[in-house]
Write a protein that binds this ligand. Sequence first.
Ligand SMILES: [Zn+2]
Length: 386
Amino acid sequence: MLALGAAGTAAASSGGAMYVATPKIKAVKCVSRCVRGGAVRSGGKIKLRGASLSDVKKVVFRGGRGSRDDVPVKVQSASDRSLAVAVPMRAQSGPVDAWAGKRVHATSSTSVRVVPPAAPTPNPRLTPAPGPADAGAPSLETATSRSLFAIDQRGGVTFSFRLGSVPAASVSVNLVRLDDGAVIQTFNPAVPTSGDVARVSWDGMIGGQPAPNGRYAFRMEAVAAGGAKAVNAAAGDIQRDAFDLRPALFPVRGRHNFGQGAARFGAGRAGHTHQGQDVLARCGTPLIAARGGVVKAKKYQSAAGYYLIIDGTGTGTDYGYMHMAAPSAYNVGDRVYTGDQIGVVGDTGDATACHLHFEEWSAPGWYSGGQPFDPLADLRAWDAYS
Ligand SMILES: [Zn+2]
């Protein structure tokens, strides 16, 4: 298709010059699985309205800060003025980009609010698997240790299974990303003796990198010698032995709020600006590491009180926790995992109320060349699911 426009960009192609018109997004509307207030449930559909949309090949749900949570979707429209886009399960709220060619894109002026699907049903203890089974197939009980799994949480996520009295000739377990059905990892556990529990675990990494946010599930089959097969979940089941993978957990484990303007990042302070976000909570409320890593600093300071800085493993980001009631039990150099308790909320240092002062610093980190950035969007996102 050839589209000519003043704002077009020439791109070389084997047949000569081709002009890709710059798309325009004028409005974004939910058209399927809509939620009141204009939001869309993941798995639903949105429609972009605008101009030159027929050249758009890819739409990216940008989510929050940074590119790690970006989710691209292949698209095609016969119309220049409207483009339907399926909302993947792992898409997060944020603006969307519409790409025509490699260099030409438009960004929506507003955020698309994406409401995640209902959380997976927790199944931490072995229960009879509901998936379909042939007559004469082994009976199957399965369990999944977590339904919410944050990167770098201790122990990863573990899938367990037990076979009934009919022996299996073979078993296989796949870890599947439910957004697109991709098999992330295949496990080939030995066939356990009837009544014994077998286990496989995943650490949330793919090729040494944290896997993208989203919903994953263990999919198992057990086959009897005669070929009769049982599986743990029906096709399309997004609940059974499923878990949501997330980048971090909310650090304050109790009632809390984000205060008023003075609690915000960038608020004025005597001689400086506020470098973090305050989270108000009662003194004594447990504090956990939002993201695991290595302790970079542990000190007392007249303004920050007792504080702890964790260099988030694999993130480039440093995380700071200030005004703790007492020194953390962790020391410089210690490895802390996501979700480990690092202390409790206090009001040590220059604090007029009990609260956590939370900071995030870009690479290479806290007072080592990085810059503090506003952590409120991350805090709100983590608070929404944990
Ligand atoms: Zn503060």
